[in-house]
Design a protein around this ligand. Structure first.
Ligand code: SF4
Length: 63
């Protein structure tokens, strides 16, 4: 599984980095990015939750 953040959509709210810090990190541009690829199996559930809860739907998941 792969997580991709669309930086044009990301508002920098930091929700994903709170929900799934193993995968998401805030960059110097105050936008989130996925720091690990592929997503480790143990982090898939929280990664999907972050994608579902992202207020701007900026996180895309590829299985
Ligand atoms: S939850 Fe969405 S909008 Fe918020 S920082 Fe993460 S990718 Fe950006």
């Amino acid at each position: 599984m792969k997580a991709i953040v669309d930086k044009d959509l990301c508002s920098g709210c930091e929700l994903c980095t709170e929900l799934c810090p193993e995968v998401f990190e805030m960059g110097d541009d105050d936008k989130a990015f996925a720091k690990i690829d592929p997503v480790p199996p143990d982090n898939e559930d929280t990664c999907r939750e972050a994608a579902e809860q992202c207020p701007t739907e900026a996180i895309h998941i590829e299985d």
